[in-house]
Design a protein around this ligand. Structure first.
Ligand code: GLU
Length: 505
């Protein structure tokens, strides 16, 4: 690549970030970093009716969680500031007026009521090449009329004048040649009555001013591409137009259409990156982070939704993704979302990472369930021991609580059917043996139990399950002697005694 790429993620801050949005960020980031370029975040907030409190902060928090830090943004600053379009309002009018002066756009004076009436009268009404001839705009009014309306400060918008029957073509990095007929596209508003640009004008002007070289965005923006290409042609003679890449959709698990937040609610999995609470309705949508996903796993899983490195390898760190990423290997068709597979990535990353990297998050989850950790070393030992059994970070809570707090309930029913006086005697003897043991480690504990079992003509297998239930409360957890080692002598004996009492009641 001759020039270092400058790519941008250009979200409208209207709510939580869908995993498709994060994947767009990721592909932008991987491409830029692969070639040593810059990743820019530009906030496209020109539609003030859709402004949502907190949505911008949420975007930056999500990117930070994923480790996808921008080089330039409203938060990080940069040479092309401001990066929030609402703060760039004054820039856009000049471009819109230039288009009008050159005959590529026009003023439209139709009021909202007039257009509403049209919509009622004509099904699927569109302001386009045909209907514009009968509407109130600078193409139908006399020049003097237009001037006096403008002089009087009459509210108006500026619309693009779509040319008749023109093939608008461009090369998409994923799809190759893409072509549209201009007749299929309506005369989009470029500048609104409040002086704010619409997305169409702002995206083109800002990609130009910010010297964006490649524009990656979701496939849902493909229908808008002809408008953007024409604007690039009219305003800048197509010079330095970014290369476009429309990323395939992330599909519902059954492959039937785009994955939505509602699918997640219905099927019980997150679709947003992090928890999001709508400030207006109070509605809360859960996120991957709070479901117990590691950012490494989330990012890895997203990369594989639409890309692979050409081998069977599926586990990649962000640094490896940066090194291996290539647009040639991005798939053309949509990728089905598979929650079980997402969890598999997480379990692999739980095993792969040092427990110190997620200890804090687990500490927070344990605290939320009423367990406060004051011994970090013990927690790390526990996490190391149980990590192979955990798919989500939330699983650590169930798998580790009993190390810090005696179980509230003991599954006596699972012991009772095979319980007898001989076993009772055995455990009383075991307590005595444990009291006298020199070293308290899992091997010594196991030997002790086995020897004692042999002396009593009992099979160790029959004793291990009751012992486990005494220590843990149920039939789960890692190797029982490892549990006893970590619990320590006093606590182990206490728990055995407690269950023996329950059994003799
Ligand atoms: N503001 C658009 C969005 O909300 C950006 C589309 C683009 O990247 O051009 O997704």
């Amino acid at each position: 690549m001759s020039k270092k790429p400058r790519v941008r993620f250009a979200p409208s801050p209207t709510g939580g970030l869908h995993l498709g949005g994060v994947r767009t960020v990721l592909f932008n980031y991987l491409f830029a970093k692969h070639f040593g370029g810059d990743f820019i975040v530009r906030i496209e907030d020109t539609d003030q009716t859709r402004f949502v409190e907190g949505a911008e902060d949420y975007i930056f928090e999500t990117l930070a969680w994923c480790g996808l830090e921008p080089d330039e943004s409203p938060k990080h600053g940069g040479p092309f500031a401001p990066y929030r379009q609402s703060e760039r309002k004054a820039i856009y009018r000049e471009y819109a007026e230039k288009l009008v002066a050159q005959g590529y756009a026009y003023y439209a004076f139709d009021t909202a009521e007039e257009l509403d009436a049209k919509r009622k009268e004509v099904p699927n009404f569109q302001y386009n090449q045909i209907s514009r001839a009968a509407l109130k705009n600078s193409l139908t009014l006399l020049e003097a009329e237009v001037k006096s309306l403008l002089d009087a400060g009459t509210k108006h918008v500026i619309r693009i004048k779509m040319p008749a029957n023109e093939e608008v073509k461009f090369t998409d990095m994923i799809r190759g040649e893409v072509s549209f007929n201009s007749d299929q596209v309506d005369d989009k508003v470029l500048l609104k009555a409040d002086g704010m640009p619409t997305y169409h004008l702002a995206v083109v002007v800002d990609d130009h001013l910010m010297q964006i070289t490649h524009a990656f965005r979701g496939e849902e923006w493909l229908p808008s591409a002809p408008v953007h290409i024409l604007l690039w042609q009219y305003l800048f003679g197509l010079e330095n137009m970014p290369e476009w890449a429309h990323l395939p959709l992330i599909l519902k698990p059954d492959g039937n259409g785009k994955l939505s937040k509602r699918d997640g609610d219905r099927l019980g999995f997150p679709v947003f990156a992090m928890d999001w609470t709508d400030p207006k309705t109070g509605e809360k949508t859960t996120g991957f982070k709070e479901h117990g996903f590691l950012p490494e796993a989330f990012v890895n899983m997203l990369a594989m939704l639409g890309w692979n490195d050409g081998t069977d390898n599926e586990i990649f760190s962000l640094a490896e993704l940066v090194e291996k990423f290539s647009m040639e290997r991005v798939h053309k068709s949509g990728a089905k979302f598979d929650y079980e597979k997402a969890k598999w990535y997480n379990s692999e990353w739980i095993k792969k990472l040092p427990v110190s990297s997620y200890r804090l998050q687990v500490t927070g989850m344990l605290a939320a369930s009423g367990i406060n950790i004051d011994d970090n070393k013990k927690l790390e030992t526990v996490l190391e021991l149980i990590k192979d059994r955990c798919t989500l970070l939330t699983d650590f809570v169930q798998q580790s609580s009993f190390f810090f707090k005696a179980p509230e309930t003991i599954d006596i029913a699972a012991i009772q059917p095979k319980w007898n006086e001989q076993k009772n005697m055995f455990f009383l003897e075991l307590i005595r043996a444990f009291e006298l043991m020199q070293s308290w480690d899992h091997e010594a504990l196991e030997n002790e139990l086995k020897e004692l079992a042999a002396a009593n003509q009992l099979k160790p297998g029959e004793l291990m399950l009751p012992l486990r239930i005494m220590l843990v409360g149920g039939k789960f957890g890692p190797h029982v002697f490892n549990i006893a080692e970590i619990l320590g002598r006093e606590e182990t004996i206490k728990r055995i005694q407690h269950t023996l009492q329950l059994l003799t009641k």
